[in-house]
Write a protein that binds this ligand. Sequence first.
Ligand SMILES: [Zn+2]
Length: 432
Amino acid sequence: MSTLRTRILATAMVSSLGIAVLAMVPWPSWAGMPSMAQGNVAAIAAPPALAAVVPLPDPEPRFHEVKHTIRKGQALGSILPDYGVHQVDAVVDVAEPWVDLTSIWAGKELLFTLDRDAGDRAVSLRYVLDEDRTLVVDLSGESPKADVEEVVYARMAGQRVLTVQGSLWQSAVDAGLRPADIVRIAHVFRFDVDFNTELQAGARFSVIGEDLYSKGEYVKMGDLQAVRLENKGEVFTAIHFVHADGRDGWYHPDGTAAKKPFLRSPLDFARVTSNFNGGRYHPVLKKKRKHLGTDFGCPTGTPVKATGSGVVTMAKKNGGHGNHLVIKHEGGRVTKYSHLSSFKVKKGQRVEQGQVVALSGNTGMSTGPHLHYELHLSGKAVDAMKVELPTTDTMPSAERAAFNAQRDTLVAQLDAMDPDGEAAAPAMVDGE
Ligand SMILES: [Zn+2]
């Protein structure tokens, strides 16, 4: 008897352990799992006499989770009833502040918690919004309630050095940075360096920021505090600073903003096909040839961005310019965009720097698809590719001391990260 009892108990422990392990492993598919679990339970529960003698752990928890992968063409209204939830509109309504559940994508997942005591009716629904946030809809009450769970990270000081060898992306991954981090750094330096065309093999990034940990595991870099790029013998350093009023921004060591009020080019991937020429004598053509803008070769339909914030003063057909867009900016500056195929904004509308305002085309006097772009200062056309772009947002004098102290600490740390300190020496005077 005692041998039999031991053996049955051992089986029961293994079985319940088996269930526990299975529950932790991502389920290959939601179908079939409940019946598998029930099979184990039946085997354990078989000897009724024993149950009275040895209290066994409940092998079948009341609540269990089921993952539903949304299939192509499947809407929430056809999924929820399968899990005993019929208040589809109410679920959509409570989720609305965070996500539009009426336009869920195939391949995304819904994680249901089901209640066995209620015939496997769902008591909650989880939907991942992004890497840090999950929407949780509580379905246990009379009407659904929604909330968002955020990953709480432990924050530690972190730093990375990345030398570009071959692909920028692979170099980044090797250095413990994600492509998203490179995009963030490229954004900081977007007025200094074009990452698409100007990064050279051997370019080096030094990054100071936070390392984020969840449940003891490193997950990703959090906020960045300082970044340095050494490329083609030039050194660019930017310091992140939070102002007393809560605004934040990136600054060069001399306190000028890394952000400028004008983008150099209205296109992301720009190939200049004809440069600005203010009417100087052309030595090859042996004649005066004016070209008051810059031409970029680009296929019709390429998104055209406002190079600065301002107000649209023209968006219509205009003779040889074809579809012509004009934006008036602060400080007596005007930008003009010609030969467009279509407009994304209207006359009188306020636009932000980087906003897509039109699509490029081949309208008006144009011999092929391209964008003609002009920058005017106080009524005079200037070379938008060469003119010194204005800077704004210089550090307010009241915050200068706080900024300088922070800068000195971070720049010293960046210098110390450099394996050959000599080369980094010019960075100390970067922008000063
Ligand atoms: Zn042109």
